[in-house]
Design a protein around this ligand. Structure first.
Ligand SMILES: [Zn+2]
Ligand SMILES: [Zn+2]
Length: 426
């Protein structure tokens, strides 16, 4: 039987707006090694400078997959415990389309994964006539997403076209600000070519399966990383051969090769609940409905979050959900909690994260597989306790809203919400 592969189909390079300069191929490679990601998106392949770099630094290995040239030179910086982890790249980009459809302005983000370097090159040649691809690693195109889909399929019939973070208010295909109510409304008859959607940080596959037109589609998770540290905060688990075609089929069919997803706790996503950040107002969707969606402080419409939209849109019948879902908290965030510091990049957190990986293996290995008795034996008592709570879902979540991330507390499993929360929760 094929080995499980951890796949991340949506990340960004340093050429995308608001991303870290550490999103270079070299940093992405070493981060994937130490986090335990096997197949990672190139991200941003439509950007001319990034594509040039991809063309010179990536070498073809298995069908549609690529290795970093000279990767072995980087391995001396990778802990021994992670050196055997296989890392491959796959051509992928997120495209932002802004257009008018059915009389409303729409803003939609879509992940496009193509079969190989040649297909990426062909797609770039067409899209460069339609917008300034050099302006942003995540290009903004003034075209209907349905048209984008047609162009992509005309270049590569095996491409994957995956609506990104589908529920986020801005740029989600079902978002409250500029999205649609169904995939049919967004893509017309071409909706049948949408085989998979990305649940985003604020929702999980359980929440998504209730939506009528998602019942027969695969729900994937990706990191959508804007820095190397954020790689692996969500991912997809496949059990298939190392070939693009097999990977794409696994995602299109959602058959037994699609094992499941690794999830951020959705309530901690930054658009989970409704509210106004500036007014310190945070509401559950039922409360928002009761007050007519208007902010009690500033009297303007509230930013409606993911939970609101999921409950607002048409529900389908739920069949048995057979895929695995694992909820995780990134290792650095666990150590941030242990050390009671604000930043996951503080010295003590970085040091302990590195030490744990050196002794116990990759981040995903620690979070998902290493028995907590081993973690204890290695001298990480608090980490073992946190991981026990995380794996059994004994967490307290202060939910996210209106662009503010929530907080997952792993050490207060039966307690009340953290005292630091001074917001009005209506
Ligand atoms: Zn996006
Ligand atoms: Zn307000």
């Amino acid at each position: 039987m094929a080995k499980q592969l951890i796949v991340d189909l949506h990340i960004h390079s340093h050429f995308s707006r608001a991303t870290s300069p550490n999103l270079t191929l070299e940093h992405i490679y070493t981060a994937c090694k130490t986090k335990g990601i096997n197949i990672v998106a190139t991200g941003d392949f439509t950007h001319p400078a990034w594509f040039k770099e991809l063309s010179s630094k990536l070498v073809p290995t298995e069908q549609g997959l690529y290795a970093l040239r000279n990767a072995s030179q980087l391995d001396s910086a990778v802990p021994l415990s992670c050196r055997d982890n296989l890392v491959r790249f796959i051509y992928s980009v997120e495209i932002s389309t802004i257009y008018t459809r059915h009389g409303k302005v729409r803003k939609v983000h879509t992940v496009v994964v193509v079969s190989d370097h040649t297909k990426a090159q062909k797609l770039n040649a067409i899209l460069q006539k339609r917008g300034n691809l050099a302006a942003d690693g995540r290009p903004i195109l003034g075209m209907d997403t349905e048209e984008l889909l047609k162009i992509v399929l005309s270049v590569d019939e095996n491409a994957l076209i995956i609506p990104a973070h589908i529920w986020t208010p801005w740029f989600g295909v079902f978002g409250s600000k500029s999205g649609f109510n169904s995939l049919e409304e967004a893509f017309g008859t071409y909706a049948r070519y949408i085989y998979a959607v990305e649940s985003g940080l604020d929702s999980d596959p359980f929440m998504n399966q209730h939506k009528a037109d998602l019942g027969n589609r695969t729900i994937i998770s990706t990191s959508d990383a804007h820095s190397a540290q954020k790689l692996a905060r969500e991912a997809t688990i496949l059990q298939c051969s190392l070939r693009y075609r097999d990977l794409a089929e696994a995602i299109k069919t959602g058959d037994s090769r699609f094992v499941g997803t690794i999830e951020f706790f959705p309530a901690a996503g930054k658009y989970h609940l409704d509210g106004h950040r500036g007014c310190n107002v945070k509401l559950h969707f039922q409360q928002t409905k009761r007050i007519g969606g208007i902010c009690p402080v500033c009297k303007k419409p509230l930013t409606l979050g993911v939970l609101y939209r999921i409950n607002e849109l048409e529900k389908g019948s739920v069949t048995d959900f057979s895929k695995s879902i694992e909820y995780i908290v990134p290792l650095a965030d666990i150590f941030r909690d242990i050390h009671a510091v604000k930043s996951a990049s503080s010295v003590s957190v970085v040091k302990d994260t590195g030490k744990a990986i050196e002794i116990l293996g990759s981040e995903f290995n620690i979070l998902r597989h290493v028995p907590t008795s081993h973690i204890r034996k290695a001298g990480f008592e608090e980490l073992a306790q946190a991981i026990e709570n995380m794996r059994s879902g004994k967490v307290v979540i202060d939910p996210g809203y209106d662009g503010v991330f929530g907080n997952v507390s792993l050490f207060n499993p039966s307690g009340a919400l953290p005292q630091a929360n001074q917001l009005h929760i209506f």
